[in-house]
Structures are given as structure tokens and as C-alpha cells.
Ligand binder design. Sequence first.
Ligand code: ADP
Ligand code: MG
Length: 268
Amino acid sequence: MTDKLSKKQDTRPRDAVPMVKAEGVHKSFGQVEVLKGIDLEVKPGEVFCLIGPSGSGKSTFLRCINHLEKINAGRLYVDGELVGYRQQGDKLYELRDREVAMKRRDIGMVFQRFNLFPHMTAVENVMEAPVQVKGASRGEARERAMRLLERVGLADRAGHYPSQLSGGQQQRVAIARALAMEPKLMLFDEPTSALDPELVGDVLDVMRDLAESGMTMVVVTHEMGFAREVGDSLVFMDGGVVVESGHPRDVLTNPRHERTQSFLSKVL
Ligand code: ADP
Ligand code: MG
């Protein structure tokens, strides 16, 4: 990493509004109930790790936070505001597409597959949303994009196309691209699962730096080392419910539930 980020300082007020709050969140696809009542809270500045077997509903939950899926029951809040709805009195109104788009600007998401625009260089990928969505000038957006590429250690790859970059480099561009919108919350859905093992470390280092800068992050991952060292909270999900939660060190070292123990014995 070329630029030094300030060390994380815990200056959060104790009673800060949670960045994410889920109360009895349910989500079904047709007859299939995927989320069966999720309760959890992500505090501002926290690195919140979500682990669990394939099919347990982790991606679905992230997609609900990011307005990509609508929940069927319960309440989901981001930064104190209901996701997908506006409350007036005791009535709920569905948000219009434009209102949803405004809210989604504040949330950055990084997927397992990097989804960069193939016909744009790294710096153009990072500039795109600020120019198209926020109306930033190209000059300003380029300057900012260069700083972000420097932050993820890729200043010297700014002019490369995705096909000319390794998977790890593409994922770091994807992180810079999400950061370009200055999100207040970053969601990571197995960001290193598609990478060759030797490329995982560079991406985790960028995420670690981001955590130290104070960014609120929800991270779905199988990287237990990262969860243990960087995570502030950890939730183990299975079958659409939260089975166990706590400090990553506690959950990973002393899982209380048999399902958690069984899962960890397979991934650790
Ligand atoms: P995870 O990320 O933990 O592996 P997912 O959230 O991707 O789990 O999926 C949980 C379950 O929901 C799976 O059984 C999956 O098949 C189902 N599912 C996810 N998205 C859809 C969808 N759009 N339509 C139908 N079923 C879905
Ligand atoms: Mg998933």
C-alpha cells in the first residue's frame, strides 16, 4: 500500500444509530423461505463478518440491505432509515425507483466476480459512477480515481483494461470503484472466493486498510483469519437464521452450537 491511512480510532458515541439493523427479516422466493427472521445490528465503523454454509442466505441478506431484494416481513434499517419503504404515521409506502437509487448511492458493494466494465480502463471504471451518477466533472473524477487506485496499490495500472489485470487487481479496482461514490457502508460478498490463493492477500490487505480508516463493512467471507484479525463482530448463519454471534475470536475459538462447530471444523 502506498498511502498510509489513519489508524482506526473508536470515537463512536455509545448510543450511535446502528448502520444496519435487522428485526425479524424474512425473505422468500416463491414458496422457498430463505431468510427466516434475521435479527442483527451493525454499528458504525464496525467490521461485521457473516459466515455460514452455501445456501444459508448470506448473499440474499446483503442484497436486501442493498435494495436488490425486497424483504417480505420484519424491518430492515440502514443508518436509521427503513430499506425500501417510507414510514408515515403507522403506514408504510414503497419507495419509488428514484428514491431507491438515491439510497443505493450510499452503499458500496463488492461481489465475488468483479464485474468491471470490460471496455473501460481501470481509471475509467473508477470514474464512471461519480461522472454519470453524481455529475462530477471528468477532471475532478479522474483525479479522485487516481488517488483511489493509489490507495489500493494500483496507480501504475490505471490505463490497463480489466483483461490485462489479474483477478486480484481487478477486485482491487472494483473496491476503488465502490469507494469512488463515498459510501457510508461497504458490503463484500465473498470478495476473495474467486481468486487464486496467491492473490487473496493483496485484496484482504486493502480491506484491512479500509477497516482501519473507519469504514463500516459487512463482509461475507470464508477467510477466517481475516474475520479473526479484522472483524469486530461475527455472525454464523445457517438455514436462514442466525445460529450464533459474538466477537470473532470467541465464536471461532469457542463455538457454542454444534452447527457452528461442524461448519468451522470444515473451513478452519
Ligand atoms: P449463500 O449466499 O449463503 O450461499 P444465497 O443467499 O445465495 O445463500 O441463497 C440462499 C437460498 O436462496 C438458496 O437456496 C438459493 O437457491 C435461494 N435463492 C437465492 N436467490 C434466489 C432467487 N432469486 N430465486 C430463487 N431462489 C433464490
Ligand atoms: Mg453467497
